[in-house]
Design a protein around this ligand. Structure first.
Ligand code: AMP
Length: 424
């Protein structure tokens, strides 16, 4: 299958060619023809599958083919709703890239920054708006945005939207969309609540399901290091100094933990940056830009901040802490080995985390190979103190209550709740 076979027009084919895309990914192959036919779509797929292009390309093509060359301000004809600022920026970049020969204009709006630059861009007129829900509602309330001309709507990462407490905002936004439109809905998971929401948004949708779980786990080379909790930083420094690690995204369970690792690395002259919800938007963007451009090669992130981070040629993912929800492990390691490149995922596992490792191995149906030749091997004789007793794993079905699933203790759950209340 080629992009030409999918019936794409020359300006888009040219852009894809200049990006070096040679063939469509499975989600693109399945979704693009359905979307070009005008069908609503329910897509079960996560970041890393090529889903952004799967919706951006047909929307750009349809907007281009029905472009109104009459003079006057452009009207917003497509809206993409997405949960985080980082994802919004990435989707905006994708529209710009794939649409660079179409003349279709987009802008991105998100909270946490002053609104002036965003309202200015809106006032100049755009065709595609990429938005996080809170800022969109704010600007709609202030009269800067009207959704009355929307022909295409995309709800991206619907499950994360629910996790982050955006359900009411989403409902309000949906209520303002014209009834006659083409609707797209993407979610990595499809619990009952998501299906219920999708049924309110979509007409009679075509369904596309891409299950990258197995393939991600198979594609990425994985290793686990048993190490005592207090030795994790030493092991990290040891690996960064002795292994060939071109670029690493390091996951920490907590924001505080991420900052601590940055500081300890700095003491051994290893420069790293952390991104998490306590950092300002500009600090996060700066860290991400430096990482993407290759200026810095170590980024430490919490799960929520890393969501959707799309860095090409990321050689390593390091789980400084193992997640207590096994699906999160797959999301994390899927950040490396993108678009058929190979990648390596290294996990540190202390005595307390061995049960998490077991859950992960069960989910991926693989035993992760254990590296024993390192200076900080932990034999796993862990006796939990009262404080360290592992809380019960929160079931997946509780995801919709506004708290994050990958919190591991009361403190983290609380801080995430306050995060989810912030408007983006
Ligand atoms: P996404 O799932 O949209 O976050 O895309 C994941 C990554 O795959 C991004 O870096 C895209 O640039 C890249 N990508 C998307 N489609 C293709 C394709 N057909 N060929 C090669 N890379 C692609």
């Amino acid at each position: 299958m080629t992009f030409e076979n999918l019936g794409l027009i020359e300006p888009i084919l040219k852009a894809l060619q200049s990006e070096g895309y040679t063939k469509p990914t499975p989600i693109q192959e399945q979704s693009i023809p359905l979307l070009l036919q005008g069908k609503d779509l329910l897509g079960c797929a996560q970041t890393g599958t090529g889903k952004t292009a799967a919706f951006a390309i047909p929307i750009l093509q349809k907007l281009f083919l029905s472009k109104n060359d009459a003079k006057g301000k452009r009207k917003i004809r497509a809206i993409i709703l997405t949960p985080t600022r980082e994802l919004a920026v990435q989707i905006g970049d994708s529209f710009t890239t794939y649409g660079k020969f179409t003349g279709i204009k987009n802008t991105v709006i998100y909270g946490g920054v002053k609104q002036f630059a965003q309202t200015q861009a809106l006032q100049q007129g755009i065709d595609v708006l990429i938005a996080t829900p809170g800022r969109l509602l704010d600007l709609m309330d202030q009269g800067f945005i009207s959704l009355k001309d929307i022909e295409y709507s995309v709800l991206d990462e619907a499950d994360h939207m629910l996790d982050m407490g955006f359900i009411h905002d989403i409902r309000k936004i949906i209520a303002k969309l014209p009834i006659k439109r083409q609707s797209l809905f993407f979610s990595a998971t499809m619990p009952a609540e998501i299906l219920d929401l999708s049924s309110k948004i979509l007409g009679n949708p075509a369904r596309v399901t891409i299950n990258p779980e197995q393939t991600t786990a198979e594609r990425v080379e994985q290793a686990v290091y048993f190490v005592g909790r207090d030795d994790k930083t030493k092991l990290l420094i040891h690996l960064l100094q002795n292994e060939k690690i071109d670029s690493a995204l390091i996951f920490s369970r907590t924001k505080h933990g991420a900052d601590k690792v940055v500081k300890l690395l700095a003491k051994t002259n290893i420069q790293a940056a952390a991104i998490h919800g306590n950092k300002s938007q500009s600090a996060r963007q700066r860290a991400l830009d430096n990482f993407k451009s290759g200026q810095s090669n170590i980024l430490i992130a919490t799960d929520i901040a890393a969501r959707g981070i799309d860095v090409e040629e990321l050689s390593h993912v390091i789980n400084f802490d193992l997640p207590n929800v096994p699906e999160t492990y797959i999301h994390r390691i899927g950040r490396t080995g993108r678009a058929n490149a190979s990648g390596t995922a290294i996990s540190f596992c202390d005595g307390e985390e061995r049960a998490y490792l077991k859950d992960i191995q069960k989910l991926i149906e693989q035993k992760i190979s254990v590296v024993n030749d390192h200076p900080f091997v932990d034999d796993g004789t862990f006796v939990p103190t009262k404080k360290q007793v592992r809380p019960p794993r929160r079931p997946q079905t509780s995801r919709s209550n506004g708290a994050r699933v990958d919190s591991t203790n009361g403190h983290q759950a609380k801080s995430n709740k306050s995060y989810s209340r912030k408007r983006y």
